[in-house]
Design a protein around this ligand. Structure first.
Ligand code: HEC
Length: 150
């Protein structure tokens, strides 16, 4: 009788251990963080002159953003584009308070050039299927910073 009790307790411990580690694995999946760019990218300076970002620039670059990025990142940059609901790892929400202030242009550029492995963020630079020039990438960054910073 005692032995059965001990066995039952042991089995229960194993089962709860498995359940628990399953939960931890799931939580780890949700804690995914966007990889940080190498130092040489973080040091890059956006060639776009922010002083010259005017209505015309925002209109033109906004059209490109809407064509290529909106479906995931959302028109308002809140990460809630029409496709976002399908993804386990959600698109970055550029308009979250402090989000862009904490990130350098070179970080954004690096992710746009290389994508983020294991997520829906594919490379969008010159060598990718999307094929945007480096100039366009920098323009998009200036657009996002100007329009989405909170
Ligand atoms: C198919 C969906 C999808 C599209 C289209 C898409 N993205 Fe993303 N993007 C993501 C996801 C998902 C992440 C989050 C990656 C992660 O968490 O590692 C992301 C992350 C990013 C980041 C990383 C931000 C940071 O903090 O480092 C940048 C920058 C970015 N996207 C820019 C763009 C731009 C610009 C476009 C349009 C040219 C675009 N994305 C199009 C899904 C998408």
């Amino acid at each position: 009788m005692k032995l059965t009790g001990a066995l039952a307790t042991g089995a229960l411990a194993i089962v709860s251990g498995v359940v628990l580690s399953g939960c931890i694995t799931m939580a780890a999946g949700q804690r995914h963080e966007i990889p940080v760019a190498p130092a040489e990218y973080l040091d890059m300076v956006n060639p776009v002159d922010y002083e010259k970002v005017d209505e015309d620039f925002l209109k033109k670059t906004g059209r490109l953003y809407k064509r290529k990025c909106r479906k995931c990142h959302g028109e308002q940059g809140d990460g809630k584009g029409p496709n976002a609901g399908f993804f386990v790892i959600k698109p970055a929400a550029f308009s979250a308070p402090g989000y862009l202030a904490q990130r350098k242009d070179g970080q954004l550029f690096w992710i746009m050039m290389n994508g983020s492995e294991g997520t829906e963020m594919a490379p969008v630079g010159p060598d990718s299927d999307v094929g945007l020039s480096e100039e366009k990438l920098w323009q998009l960054i200036a657009y996002m910073r100007r329009v989405f910073t909170r």
